[in-house]
Design a protein around this ligand. Sequence first.
Ligand code: AMP
Ligand code: MN
Ligand code: MN
Ligand code: MN
Length: 287
Amino acid sequence: MLNIDLHCHSTISDGLLTPAQLVERAATRGVETLALTDHDDIAGLAEARQTADAKNITFINGVEISVSWRGRTLHIVGLDIDPEYTPLVEGLATIRAGRSQRAENIAAELSKIGIHGSLEGAYAHVGERRLIGRTHFARFLVEQGHAKDVKSVFKKYLVKGKPGYTPHEWTTLSDAVNWICGSGGQAVIAHPGRYDLGKNVLNDLFNEFCALGGSAIEVVTASHTPEQVKHFAQHAQNRDLLVSCGSDFHGPGESHFDLGQLPEFPLGCTPVWHDWKIIHKVMLRTD
Ligand code: AMP
Ligand code: MN
Ligand code: MN
Ligand code: MN
């Protein structure tokens, strides 16, 4: 069994390790194939690839795109994308600009409940001031003693129905899948168990995703229980969709799964790397 991890984050988005540190950690944990999938940004791919080459890890260009669909936020992972593809590059820049505006709105909401200075506080946790997200606010709020850890902050402040939440319009499902596929990559629905969708809505989502040219469902992820792994594997098989796996690692102490620490797929699944020549080369390697 290959050690493959196709979902993780660096300091380019809301991870705690730089792209190079992340790949070094993956190497020490025995990861053989890694995709870096920062939220709405591909600026870390070159550095990650350079380190992966030095560590003899097969590196896959990735991204995790924020999407609004029927009033909900979904995440679509792109694998083996071309980071030079203009519609993708420009589309992601537009999403990042929206994030900056949303950050101001979040800070305004937090001010209303007496938490001031959160915009600057959150930006102090951002790598290069490129991409700001709720995790950066969460780290600021923990630092200020408003909750004991990032997980608890999300329960108290940053989710729907709580102070510090603001609705936000991301890009469309169709744009995200088109950018990924147009750049020669494969689109994957990330952690579907996190969206809490009823049976009919879930079916609509999978139908729409298939019609747009999506390739896979992320079945194995830190967010899924063993039952959800089986459930989404069945969905994939029913629709001839491929399956993907990833730790969704954000940093030591913040993530449920470490890099490459993933359970296997249920029997009968076809992995997203089924036709990847680069992986077949690794499997045939005799050294
Ligand atoms: P954003 O894209 O800025 O809305 O932030 C989404 C990110 O917040 C996710 O990718 C996770 O890293 C983090 N996140 C969301 N919900 C939670 C949660 N309940 N506990 C911990 N982190 C969370
Ligand atoms: Mn994240
Ligand atoms: Mn996600
Ligand atoms: Mn993620």
